[in-house]
Design a protein around this ligand. Sequence first.
Ligand SMILES: OC[C@H]1O[C@H](O[C@H]2O[C@H](CO)[C@@H](O)[C@H](O)[C@H]2O)[C@H](O)[C@@H](O)[C@@H]1O
Length: 628
Amino acid sequence: MKLPSPRPPAEIPHPPRRAGRIEDHGLVGNGRTGALVDRDGSIDWMCLPRFDSAAAFTALLGSENHGMWRIGPAGPHGTAPPADGRRYLDGTLILESTWITSSGTIQLLDFMPFTEMDDVTQLVRIVKGVSGRVPMRSVLRARPGYGQAVPRLEIAGRRANVGLGDGRLWLDTDAPSRASGGDLISEFSVAKDEQLAFALAWQPGGDEPPPLPAPEGLLKQTEDYWAGWTAKSTYSGPRWEAVERSLITLKALQHGPTGGFVAAPTTSLPEEIGGERNWDYRYCWPRDSAMTVEALLSCGYGEEARAWIGWLRTAIGGRPENLQAIYRVDGSRELTEAELGWLPGFENSAPVRIGNGAAKQLQLDVYGEIVGALYAAQEHGPELAPVVAPIITNLVACLEILWEQPDEGIWEVRGPRRHFVHSKVMAWCAVDRAVRLIEDGRTDGPLQRWRELRDAIHQQVCERGYDEERNTFTQSYGSTELDVSLLQIVTTGFLPPDDKRVIGTVEAIQQELSTTGGFLLRYRTGGQVPGVDGLAGDEGTFLIGSGWLIVALCTIGRVDEAEILLESLLRIRSDLGLLAEEWDVQHQRQLGNFPQGFSHIAVIQAIRAVATARASQGRRIAAGVIGR
Ligand SMILES: OC[C@H]1O[C@H](O[C@H]2O[C@H](CO)[C@@H](O)[C@H](O)[C@H]2O)[C@H](O)[C@@H](O)[C@@H]1O
């Protein structure tokens, strides 16, 4: 469905979005929504009030006239130079950008308080003078409905507000401000030891203004929130800073009020620049969320898992046979896909899509991922067993009926259904975990029947999904193609690590799907001829595949190789430690939605796997089992 182009936004003489990269953005968030901040201090993307609401700042996918809010040193024609340095304050999601100008140095702190206030979303920006005096400018250009409309702007003293349909944005600042063509412009200067704050608040409904903000108090509250949160991590091994950054990023993708995790806070960042592989990730995939929960649990975060289980129970409801591949943040199911014709897309990568047609696909692997996460949750908190056991047994009962069907698989192909080997392996995994739960006396179920089911799936995969001649499992039954998801044969324990079919599959994937630097394609795309996924064009290397390969190599004892790949993966993170879904090996840039949960799961899993393997090597050396 293509939505008609509305009247173009009023032409205001401002340049288009500065040509930058996906990874030039920093993320701030409050567990309800997130905002992406470019190097020049421009908020190029922000959906309000929820991750899956319409964006009020959409410059990321169009021009500045589709909405942005920039604060930076005053440059020509309303621009600001890129910051000279950026970082997150340690262990937080508070972004600090520093500009060193000819007249002085200033810092901008961007953050979103995790607030208890129902339905209020705040974004606070504090400009601090470090030296000299720096002329600054703020240009707030809210454009509701993904850049469709120019709202009415009202200014009353130090408060301005704009209507956004079902809510209103309030901006509080002491900076002198004026309206210009639907923009709120504030020009001011900040000297050493001075500071000036801007606080933006979204509130539902009418005209009642929100309470006046206290930016310094909100900063302290946000610092304390993150200090308390990061202190709960149980991971203190090598590369813990990278683990911490990925954990914080995953936490930022969880919608606090419901417990649902979005796959990423963006839509339609392209998987190929100029291509059509542009999808909306601002929703909750049980698959992605389950993997996120496992990654968080592995570092001691149980509360997020509990909240997600609550979300899952709502989303699945009383009918697990109606499991969807994707839900909205609140667990609702309406995700009709549409194209926003008025947006040119990131670097002209059209279409820009909202909604996601993959929601209605059959994706059998999801059962395995959900059951895996629930199984891990009750291992982490045994009191959860009575809560998760009925969900597990219901899902496995569905799988009993469904598992022999072809499906669209983990990659949500838009080509014909196939018997994807990964889907069957994950189905095996779901049944296996259910059997273990029954064997351990943590729930009741048809033990013998499910043991037989588990064996039947295993046997079928080994007979129909394995290419004896090449000694590798294949993407789908009877195909000669490979798929990076086959690495989960190793990580799920479907076969023992020293099985020749396991080693053969790892090596075949390395040979056929590996590119420069060891980054892996998901599978081979067909260029202009639509391949297995039914789409024309190619894509970058898929970063969660790197995580799986690193874990697989550690599992089969090739830790040195794994560590080299881990270093490559860590090297391509942005200066802020963030990763999109994919990496373009040729142009050395990130691709796809950003930051993506999958890629940060990969970082956590890979670092932990290498650390565990190294520790076990150390123990074996100490015990004299292996030499130095
Ligand atoms: O490749 C085509 C599909 O791409 C998207 O799906 C991908 O992202 C999902 C969220 O991270 C992930 O669960 C899935 O495994 C990925 O393939 C897109 O959302 C789909 O609509 C599209 O068919």
